[in-house]
Write a protein that binds this ligand. Sequence first.
Ligand code: FNR
Ligand code: 8K6
Length: 347
Amino acid sequence: MTDNLFQPFALNSEIELQNRIVMAPLTRCMADDDLVPTQQMVDYYAKRADSGLIISEATIIRPDGQGYPNTPGLFSQAQIGGWRKVTAAVHDKGGKIFAQLWHTGRVAHPYFFDGDYVLAPSAQRVDGTVPRMRDLIYTTPKAATKEEIAQLVEDYAIAAKNAIDAGFDGVEIHGANGYLIDQFLHHSSNKRNDEFGETPENMSRFALAVVDAIIDRIGKEKTALRVSPGAYFNMEGDARDKAVFEYLLPELEKRDLAYLHVGIFEDSMTFDYLGGTASEFIRANYGKTFIGNGGYTAESGNEAIKNNKFDLLAIGRPFIANPDYISKVKSGEALTDYSEEMLAELV
Ligand code: FNR
Ligand code: 8K6
């Protein structure tokens, strides 16, 4: 049974989705060397326009946010122009698309932007190397000054405005998966003792400043956020993180965002310090539109929506393997299984 997924859903008075299946943001590393979306990317997104909402692959807000090769940007006129072709193609086919706004913080690498250092809340390094680029060992970041933090907030807001100029229906701020905003929200990466550290309110300050700056620039109807209360990627969990999210989530609820989205690969995973799964924790602390994700099939996601565990279902890997995911699910046709080799090519 997948019938709950095929009901329309209004995010608010401005944005109505044709069904409840959202294409999850998926980094593909296929932009050109100026980080401009290509014609192949136009075709890739247009094929998936029958989903309720496409969330773009994570898109960097400025050069020092880059942590992987050929990830697209939203800070140059050429990038805005490239995205305009993507959004026009999706709209021509009746779809909706949000841009995911990204700064990788300490997971950035100076190799990509020819810089001297990367910025993060604190000088806490991630272990290891950039995926598939073994020579690029992660560097110890520079703890951002208050002036640098203020500039980052402004640059997120500029990128959000650029996204609207490029024709996106809204933006999803990437606050999940161990990248910059998430680095402020977890104790293992945030060791600050100023107004951005130590307490739940202080540790939430950067995330909320970015959200508020973007709402101010493009409106709450077009602003959404992805968060990972459970640390699982480039990040270590700490029992004290729970209180940070117990403060943050009700604050976000007051902002009346387009939606909140969980960042997790397998939502069956439980976190001791959250007392359950990441999505259960969010549902208990946040009362508005919530997108579930992480290892769901159309059937298990349909069941979860029926049982009020979340409102919309984001699908990631199966959408890489099946450009025609929506029509296959609708008709009950068998899906192609995802495999990592599929990442080499945009289909
Ligand atoms: C991802 N994911 C991801 N998440 C995100 O917020 N921004 C991104 O750019 C990416 N990029 C990305 C690339 C690839 C190749 C994978 C496999 C995943 C995570 C993704 O949105 C989703 O949370 C997971 O794939 C889990 O959902 P599924 O695949 O089980 O439906
Ligand atoms: C050439 C680099 C391509 C980088 C793509 C980045 C996209 C992130 C997806 C990586 C997979 C993350 C694995 C998460 C582990 C979950 C453990 C439960």
